[in-house]
Design a protein around this ligand. Structure first.
Ligand code: AR6
Length: 202
């Protein structure tokens, strides 16, 4: 681990919280845990939902987020206009809704690439992270939490995904107080800690 990272105690239901400075006023924070339980201040925070292009729920983190937010989230997703028949959020784009019953105030829905069927998965995954951060900035979000987008059902290899995720977040190093990852599985958590140590060295 990089010498600048600090490990703090339990926070937001996760354990093993590790902070990496991004700039003098900003940090990347890696948590193990359930993203549906995450919140920093309940008014300028958002969690990212790794959704699909229809934006009407699914399995994995998407299913957990809809269950925790309650039925108003599904209604808000229905109300997002379709850009093509059946498609509300094309791969790599991002849409924002309220968080309803979630502790976080907003949900930013994005769609990562399906690793084996996207012609340029790294570009699509970078676009998903970049558009989430852009939408968050436009909405004055200061704290944002990501899961490991595309690393479940969509089959993205963890090490490659972590490289894209952390490199893209570095582009926004002055724009947020804290950018979090909340990682459910121990294997993604370990890969993210190692990759952040490598990419966020001074
Ligand atoms: N908190 C944090 N991370 C979680 C949680 C949670 N509660 N639940 C799962 N993960 P996935 P994808 C992790 O499959 O690959 C859905 O059906 C999980 O261990 O949720 O982008 C959508 O509707 C994995 O590391 O998202 C789409 O159709 C990571 O979150 C499709 O899955 C992402 O896994 C999206 O697939």
């Amino acid at each position: 681990m990089d010498g600048t990272a600090t490990v703090s105690s339990l926070s937001n239901g996760g354990d093993g919280v590790v902070r990496f400075p991004l700039s003098p006023s900003s940090a990347l924070v890696i948590n193990k845990g359930d993203i549906t339980e995450w919140s920093i201040n309940g008014s300028s925070d958002a969690i990212v939902n790794p959704a699909n292009e229809r934006m009407l729920g699914g399995g994995g983190a998407d299913g957990a987020i809809h269950r925790a937010a309650g039925p108003d989230l599904l209604q808000a997703c229905y109300n997002v206009p379709e850009v093509r028949p059946g498609i509300r959020c094309p791969t790599g784009e991002a849409k924002i809704t309220p968080g309803f019953r979630l502790p976080a105030s907003r949900v930013i829905h994005t769609v990562g690439p399906i690793y084996n069927s996207d012609s340029n998965p790294a570009a699509s995954l970078a676009s998903a992270y970049r558009n989430c951060l852009r939408v968050a900035k436009e909405n004055n979000i200061q704290y944002i939490a990501f899961p490991a987008i595309s690393c479940g059902v969509f089959g993205y290899p963890y090490d490659e995904a972590a490289t894209v995720a952390i490199s893209t977040i570095k582009e926004f190093k002055n724009d947020f107080k804290e950018v979090h990852f909340v990682l459910f599985a121990a294997d993604t958590y370990d890969v993210w800690i190692n990759k952040a140590s490598e990419l966020l060295k001074d």
